[in-house]
Ligand binder design. Sequence first.
Ligand code: FES
Length: 120
Amino acid sequence: TGCAAGVMSVRGDLDGTTLFVRKSDALALENAGGVLKVWSSGLDAPIVVRRTASQELVALSVLCTHKGCHVTPLPESFECPCHGSKFNEDGSVAQGPATRPLRRFAVRETPVSIIMEVAP
Ligand code: FES
């Protein structure tokens, strides 16, 4: 685990197109507002997982849909450092120049794991 820009980062285990993170490695997601960056060598970019105020997990690619910079997670949104696009916490565009939402991955949780489907 490491820490970049205040967001915890953890390596997930990729099995085919399913990405697993142990909850013991994902303590940042225990509470609403928590954010965790998950990466694996099989991914083209890290995934940001957030637990929203309604306790829902949302998993989004960090790749900005404008030109591919990595967006920065903010408390309830994302911001792109390159040209200023802003995205809501569900990945939808809040401010251009980006016009398409961040890529969203299906995510579910079990008592021990957070599991994402990352098929291309
Ligand atoms: Fe994100 Fe241009 S790459 S706004």
